[in-house]
Design a protein around this ligand. Sequence first.
Ligand code: C2E
Ligand code: MG
Ligand code: MG
Ligand code: MG
Length: 275
Amino acid sequence: EAKNNGKNTFNFFTQELNDTVKERLDIELALTKALSQDKLELYYQPKVDFHKQQLVGYEALLRWMDDDLGFVSPAKFIPIAEQSHLILEISDWVMENAIKFVSSLDNKVPVSINISARQFESGTCSETIELLIKKYNVDPNLVELEITESYLMADVEDAILQLHEMKQIGVQISIDDFGTGYSSLSYLKRFPVNTLKIDRSFIQDIPHDVNDVEITGAIIAMAKKLGLEVIAEGAETKEQIDFLQLNECYLVQGYFYSKPLPEHAARQWQFTNLK
Ligand code: C2E
Ligand code: MG
Ligand code: MG
Ligand code: MG
């Protein structure tokens, strides 16, 4: 059948390829415009300690509402931006605005910034951060960098060097999307980081998925053994919070407590005990 339809199959694939390329170009163009017109925005998602019942930090998350394309998720446009110089401009913009936000907060809690693959590869992260910390006169302890496990594993020796540079400045570091990047225990011991952030994909099917229950329990136990903080990303239900409580993981970032919020709402957000 494949033989008979060879021609159609070919057309089908080229059409699909064209659509993908076109979408990528559309997004790249629109993103360039959005940057120059200052149309990107940072939202801030609260992180809580539900045992102490308090706000313990925020994660800065990009939001982009395009006039023509509508809402475009960062999960979609960041990987596209990573393929061009755009990511460097976006990253600089994110860093500057997130650090400005830190300097404007009355309650002194850390704000996390997601580091892009290119930024990390370029090796200029700590330099940029150091300059901004001085410019806005913020306590480096209130800045946390989130670096995904897969970026760290791409070049372990370079990653360790860069992490040490960052630690020297005094910022906190967390390994994002933890559990998806296959790092071994021996590496983990060598990474000077503060926190493991358990990927949402493990949390979302708790308590129903037996594997995810086991994996999450193991990550929490391992973090404790290594003396690291551990935070669960993407908890949405009371059952998930109960599971985390049982496993003594009290740090959570998820819709159960709050979605990412625009700056003014994030600033006013307060912990309330939910049943
Ligand atoms: P991430 O860094 O792992 O961020 C966490 C994602 O999980 C965010 O998605 C957040 O909105 C979502 N999330 C948190 N709690 C829940 C929950 O309970 N339920 C559900 N369904 N989702 C939850 P978002 O904002 O769409 O960002 C997606 C990814 O895009 C981020 O994953 C990060 O990799 C990237 N990203 C976002 N902002 C930036 C940025 O400023 N710079 C860079 N380099 N990447 C960014
Ligand atoms: Mg993150
Ligand atoms: Mg994450
Ligand atoms: Mg994630």
